[in-house]
Design a protein around this ligand. Structure first.
Ligand code: I3S
Length: 128
């Protein structure tokens, strides 16, 4: 890829549209509020962008658009969480700071890819 030799910016690992809700902040439970988000995995961060109509995987780059929020994957925990929702294909991501997110897709293969890629990043960072 054109970016692979650029050591000044972390490599984009994956980007796409997922349904997302935050369910806890600092260990404190929040009311669910599902909404679609562009999710971008870059370096050890999972970055969320709000409006899927005005965002695309090519517009995530710094300066082009402002992320809604960003999650540090170092020390995070990932688990399937179909017990936490009536929706199918749900997994939960918990950060070291006690923030918890549910991520979901109607497409089985897509959610499995995301799970695997995020788990790969978490495992890789833990061993550093
Ligand atoms: O786990 P819950 O509380 O049943 O989650 C549902 C609610 O948050 C609901 O919102 P209101 O209680 O504000 O109406 C959402 O609309 C649902 O999507 C939530 O459940 P699912 O099963 O979709 O995660």
């Amino acid at each position: 890829s054109p970016d692979s030799g650029d050591s000044t910016s972390p490599e984009l690992e994956k980007a796409g549209l997922l349904n997302r809700t935050k369910i806890a902040e600092g260990g404190r439970k929040l009311r669910k509020n599902w909404s679609p988000a562009w999710v971008v995995l870059v370096g050890n961060s999972l970055v969320f962008f709000k409006d899927p109509k005005t965002q695309s995987p090519s517009s995530w780059r710094p300066g082009k658009s402002r992320p809604e929020s960003s999650v540090d994957l170092r020390g995070a925990q990932l688990q399937w969480a179909n017990d936490l929702s009536s929706k199918k294909n749900v997994f939960k991501l918990r950060t070291v700071t006690g923030n918890e997110f549910l991520l979901q897709s109607e497409t089985d293969s897509l959610i499995r890819e995301w799970y695997g890629t995020i788990q790969g990043v978490i495992s890789r960072r833990v061993s550093l």
